[in-house]
Each structure stands twice: as C-alpha cells, then as structure tokens.
Design a protein around this ligand. Structure first.
Ligand code: SAM
Length: 279
C-alpha cells in the first residue's frame, strides 16, 4: 500500500460513490497504478500540483505519496468531498479540495510555481482544458507540465507526426511550444466502470518559447484552414487566406500542390510569418 488510508473500494463503499455517467466517472482503483501515473509527471517534490476531477481520490493519493508539495484538487461531484477530506486529514496542509467546475476555477489563486497539472478527466473536459492550457495569452503558461489521461485516439492525435492520419491541428498546437509524449497506455479494464475505449496518459512539457517564431493567431488560422479541407491541395484549401496564396506557399518552401498532412511545423510557421507580414 502507498499510504495507511483504506482501500479505494472500501472508500467507495463507505461513501456510496457509485460512478455516475453524467459526471463522466470512470475511476482508477489500483493505487499502484495511480502512483505510477503520478511518477510519470516527473519529480513532484518542490512542485505544486493542480489535479482536476479527483473523484474518490486514487490519483490524489498517488500524487501526495509521491511527494507533491501541495495539491489543489477541484471536483464537481459533491458526493466525493467527504472521501477527499479524509485524504486531506492524512496529509496535513498538503491538500486543498475545492468543490467546483475546473473550467471556471483559477488555480493560480491557490498555487505557487512551479505548477504541474495532473488529471484523469472525462474525455470531453480533458480536450477542452488541453486546448485552453495550450493557448494562453502569454507564453510560458502557468504550468510547467501537463500529465493527462485521454482516450487513446486523442493521445495519438496529440503526438502525431506529419504524414500520419492522426496529424492535424491538435498535434501542431501542442508541439509548437511543448514536448509531448505518450507515457502509459491503459486498457478499459483498468477503470471502474470500464469505458468503451482504450486510454493513454500524455505528458506535455512547456518549452520556454515556441520552436519556430510565428504569431499564435495567424498560425492557428492557417492550420485550421489547411486541415478543414485536409484532402485538398493547399493552394485551394488556403485560397481564402490571401490573394496569391501560391506565392506565400512557395516563399515558405511549401509546394502549392502539397496537402496539409505532409507539411511540418517549421513550414507552417514560415507560412504564418509570411502571411502576418502582409496583414
Ligand atoms: N481522478 C479520479 C480517478 O482517477 O479515479 C476520477 C476520474 S473520473 C474519469 C473524472 C472525475 O472528474 C470525476 O470524479 C468527475 O466527477 C470529475 N469532473 C467531471 N467534470 C468536471 C469538471 N468540469 N470539473 C471538475 N471535476 C470534474
């Protein structure tokens, strides 16, 4: 056991935490596994952790047992609060639990840098938060790393390279200014109840600055237009962006007949810079 608290199945029984679909609940009950996920976030000693959706607290206990300096856990389902309060008692002054919606809470009111985000979230909330965390107004962001559970198909889109079917907006948005790796794959049976799909933990580390210069909004527009019509040649997928788009493509070293999924990050950034100069 990683701590002296009761097993997670005992906690769930005692507090009657039957998983609810409406909250996207698929719990991890194996504390060795949650400690492993916590370790995949890197060294937690000396870091504050923002955990979204702690549920009955399996991952929370992993984070604390692995030495996180302070954990802020935000949970929407009030039924989980008594179980989380027991963990807070076992780790005095190291766990703050908030009842609320992670999409609304500002974690930096409670945390001190460096901050690592670690979460096993409902899949839809996870993607929405990832996009938000990847597109702050200023860079570097408030977080040093994100260690997040996704359905495997989304995890593959995050780490995808040019030339693959999974490559697109998500890969470019993340890889432009962060390093992303799949660190753990989990079958449905790892969860209670098991979801329909396989899952994977992705570890994302923020770079100090983007890999290649570009204006974030122009790059996002270019990439969105390119992949909205991913089967088309870029000269036609992007023609709405500027008159004479072929010239901009050529100046960025991109053949106008190429398709979006063949083009790497560096070339997309060069194109975004060329178009920004024109605007
Ligand atoms: N972390 C726990 C674990 O690994 O066993 C629970 C995982 S479960 C997939 C997702 C948790 O996120 C649930 O406890 C759910 O109530 C909570 N949740 C869902 N939407 C949320 C939101 N918008 N803000 C905060 N918590 C949320």
């Amino acid at each position: 056991m990683i701590d002296s608290l009761p097993s997670l199945s005992a906690v769930i029984r005692e507090h009657e935490l039957r998983a609810k679909k409406s909250f996207g609940q698929n719990f991890l009950l194996d504390l060795n596994l949650t400690a492993r996920i916590a370790r995949s976030a890197g060294d937690l000693r000396g870091a504050d952790v923002f955990e979204v959706g702690p549920g009955p607290g399996g991952l929370t206990r992993g984070l604390l047992a692995e030495g996180a300096r302070h954990v802020l856990a935000v949970e929407k389902d009030a039924r989980c609060l008594p179980a989380l309060a027991e963990i807070a008692n076992a780790y005095p002054r190291r766990l703050t639990v908030l009842e609320g919606d992670a999409l609304v809470v500002d974690p930096m009111v409670y945390l001190t840098p460096p901050v690592k985000v670690v979460a096993n979230l409902p899949y839809n909330v996870g993607t929405e938060l990832l996009i938000r965390w990847m597109t702050p107004r200023d860079w570097p962001p408030f977080w040093q790393s994100l260690t997040l559970m996704f359905q495997q198909e989304v995890a593959e889109r995050i780490v995808a390279r040019p030339g693959s079917k999974a490559y697109g907006r998500l890969a470019l948005m993340v890889q432009w200014r962060a390093e992303a790796q799949v660190v753990l794959k989990l079958p449905p049976e790892a969860f209670t109840p098991p979801p329909k799909v396989h899952s994977a933990v992705v570890h994302i580390t923020a770079l100090d600055r983007p890999r290649y210069p570009a204006d974030a909004r122009v790059l996002e527009r270019v990439v969105a237009a390119a992949f909205n019509q991913r089967r088309k040649m870029l000269r036609s997928a992007l023609k709405g962006l500027a008159p004479g788009i072929e010239g901009y493509l050529e100046a960025a070293g991109i053949p106008p007949t190429a398709r979006a999924e063949e083009i790497g990050l560096e070339a997309f950034c060069a194109l975004a810079r060329g178009l920004a100069l024109k605007n």
